[in-house]
Design a protein around this ligand. Structure first.
Ligand code: SF4
Length: 198
């Protein structure tokens, strides 16, 4: 089968048709804009209260916008959390972890109390914060007592314990990191780490 011959005149006609289509698209752009504005007005966050916060997951400190609305019974419903486009840190973006921040508030799978698995136990059980804090204090005390050394092999005074390690939270501020370091050093800890995800 032979292909039709395209003359220079035919080519110019096609060009003219293309230009007309572009002009129509230009007109259509306004229509699309009007449509998108309409859609925006129908968004579930339309008229919602806008609150600013910071992602709790890591030290990058990306800014968040949380949209909330008060329900007829007076309770506040969280509608949406997204990156804050005005933030110089993340300019509206969030990493995959931060993008799930809303799940911290609404996920039915969220663990809402400390979990404890006793020595030898096969499962975890929910316990109170008082129980956990007492347990941590007891374990720190007993580990420190059992492993504390005052002098090293050369007779140098060291007053340290290598039986406990400390890992700082990823969302620590500088002040929290400073405080944690001071506290842990005062107990004689040598092994300190800061999980900053960067
Ligand atoms: S990088 Fe991710 S986890 Fe860290 S603050 Fe930003 S969104 Fe949160």
């Amino acid at each position: 089968m032979s292909l039709p011959t395209v003359t220079r005149r035919d080519f110019l006609k096609v060009g003219a048709a293309g230009a007309s289509a572009l002009a129509a698209a230009g007109l259509g752009f306004d229509v699309a804009l009007a449509e998108s504005t309409k859609v925006k007005q129908q968004l579930r966050i339309a008229g919602a209260k806008e609150l600013h916060s910071v992602c709790p997951y890591c030290a990058v400190g990306c800014s968040l916008v949380a949209y909330t609305r008060q329900k007829s019974d007076g309770s506040v419903q969280l509608l949406q959390i997204e990156g804050d486009p005005d933030s110089p840190v993340n300019e509206g973006r969030l990493c995959p972890k931060g993008a799930t921040a809303m799940q911290l508030a609404v996920s039915p799978r969220r663990v809402e109390s400390p979990q404890y698995r006793a020595p030898g136990a096969t499962g975890w059980k929910s316990v109170s914060w008082d129980f956990v804090l007492d347990k941590i204090a007891q374990n720190v005390k007993s580990s420190r007592d059992a492993t504390f050394v005052t002098t090293d092999g050369n007779g140098n005074t060291v007053n340290r314990t290598e039986g406990i390690a400390f890992a700082g939270g990823a969302a620590f501020s500088s002040e929290e990191g400073y405080f944690a370091t001071k506290l842990m050093r005062s107990l004689g800890l040598v092994h300190l780490e800061q999980q900053a995800r960067v």
